[in-house]
Design a protein around this ligand. Structure first.
Ligand code: ADP
Ligand code: ZN
Length: 437
């Protein structure tokens, strides 16, 4: 394969050099951190007086972890390291798990972020010949502007389409000859459902590629999008605390996400003991940003679960790869004492051809017990007037789930396109157990 590199020197930098660069950048980030009220206190308490106390990358372990609650407590300016007149923008997290957190950027921070995004986009084979339709929310959410700037940096024609409104999206794809899309995986599937309904022919579109991220999805879901929309799908990972998208991205091998280690130090720890896991084992990703002066964040507990690949990638990039992120440690549901991740349900159902493009997990109280209901849309070729195939399908899904997650849920089949699709991240779980209704 003819691999494309935006910044070959950095992307293929020998590990020793890369680690030396990380140490140098870490020291300067610690100097930034001392300018914030939060870290001044935190680092001093941990016995770190200045960046001179960090002599090797291993000394990073002396720095305490930072959590989302710390960021919330530091709201609005506790993590700010530069004078207010040097800030040019702020972004905030989506607030999936509570009050959103705010991140500030200087002019140089924005430039650096755009460069990491360009590296991701260009590495998929996209270039200035492409027309890029960015179908994700603009605004405080980092996904919109993050990809927008990266696309412009690469020289693509960027359409700031924003999320939702499939009819308008199809029109823009046809009018401007869109070749590359960016959206959540759930929106890409929704788009395909609507495409059929609207009678839009795939041949009338020039699509080649799609970037899908901002939420977990399974390999089967990727395959499904690739087959249905006939595009190459690349997984994109990021979080607002680490700028937003552009933290880790798949290369053309599409086997794990390269984390840009000149911009971020990645550790994977056991979420209970907080000790590093062995290479290849799953744990919680902890990230330290090395490329932002306005809001330094050290050893941030992402809650996202993943593992490192142990071998180097065929593309010759030296930056390590993360395994597809399966969800957050706090996504875990406990149903009658059994632990289940929504991603496990997705893995079972999205591989089934008869299942449509959307699903929802409902958990409710049934007397003293918990009840799990899995609502899945059907692919449109199942006939509603003959109930036999429907009953057989429900039973097939139930049995497959029981074998995989040891829970026998109630399965409900719904018509294609009938389950809700939010404009932002997909909502996969409705847990009504804790509500006093
Ligand atoms: P919030 O934490 O409020 O959702 P963000 O918009 O910053 O705010 O979202 C970042 C989170 O989104 C990540 O921590 C992760 O849980 C999830 N995420 C982003 N990209 C992916 C991806 N490719 N795969 C799985 N999860 C992802
Ligand atoms: Zn690679």
């Amino acid at each position: 394969m003819n691999f494309k590199y935006w910044d070959p020197t950095i992307e293929k930098m020998p590990r020793l050099e890369l680690e030396a660069l990380q140490l140098q950048k870490l020291k300067s980030e610690i100097n930034n951190a001392f300018r914030t009220s939060f870290y001044k206190e935190r680092l001093t308490k941990a016995g770190i007086r200045s960046s001179d106390d960090i002599k090797t990358l291993d000394d990073l372990k002396r720095i305490p972890f930072t959590t989302k609650d710390d960021l919330r407590d530091g709201f609005p300016y506790g993590f700010l390291a530069i004078p207010k007149e040097k800030i040019v923008r702020l972004h905030a997290s989506s607030g999936t798990t509570g009050v959103p957190t705010t991140i500030y950027f200087s002019k140089d921070d924005i430039k650096r972020w755009a460069d990491y995004m360009a590296r991701c986009i260009y590495g998929t084979g996209s270039d200035s010949n492409d027309v890029f339709q960015n179908m994700i929310s603009y605004g405080l959410f980092t996904g919109g502007l993050g990809f927008h700037q990266g696309g412009e940096e690469v020289g693509m024609l960027v359409i700031p389409a924003g999320a939702g409104n499939t009819t308008r999206q199809f029109k823009m794809m046809q009018d401007y000859g869109t070749t590359v899309l960016h959206a959540t995986p759930s929106f890409l599937l929704h788009l395909e459902t609507k495409m059929k309904e609207a009678g839009v022919k795939r041949e009338s579109l020039s699509l080649k590629r799609a970037f899908a991220g901002a939420e977990p999805y399974s390999e089967d879901t990727r395959q499904r999008i690739q087959e249905l929309l006939k595009v190459d799908v690349y997984n994109s990972y990021g979080l607002s605390e680490m700028n937003g998208p552009g933290v880790a991205f798949e290369c053309q091998c599409k086997d794990g996400l390269h984390i840009w280690e000149d911009g971020y130090i990645a550790e994977i720890v056991d979420p209970d003991t907080l000790q590093p896991v062995k290479d290849g084992e799953t744990g919680e990703l902890v990230l330290t940003i090395l490329c932002r002066e306005a809001t330094p964040i050290l050893r941030y507990r992402t809650r996202d679960l993943t593992s490192f690949y142990t071998e180097q990638c065929k593309c010759q990039r030296t930056h390590r790869r993360l395994k597809r992120l399966t969800g957050r440690s706090d996504d875990m549901l406990i149903i009658n004492g059994v632990n289940v991740f929504p991603s496990q349900v997705e893995e079972v159902i999205m591989g089934m051809k008869e299942v449509g493009n959307n699903y929802l997990i409902v958990v409710e109280k049934d007397g003293a017990l918990d009840r799990m209901i899995v609502k899945t849309e059907m692919s449109s070729n199942l006939f509603m007037d003959d109930t036999r195939p429907l009953i057989a399908l429900k039973e097939k899904i139930r049995k497959a789930l029981q074998a995989s997650i040891s829970i026998s849920p109630r399965v409900e089949l719904q018509e294609s396109g009938s389950l809700p699709v939010p404009e932002g991240k997909a909502v996969r779980v409705m847990d009504t157990r804790c509500k006093d209704i």
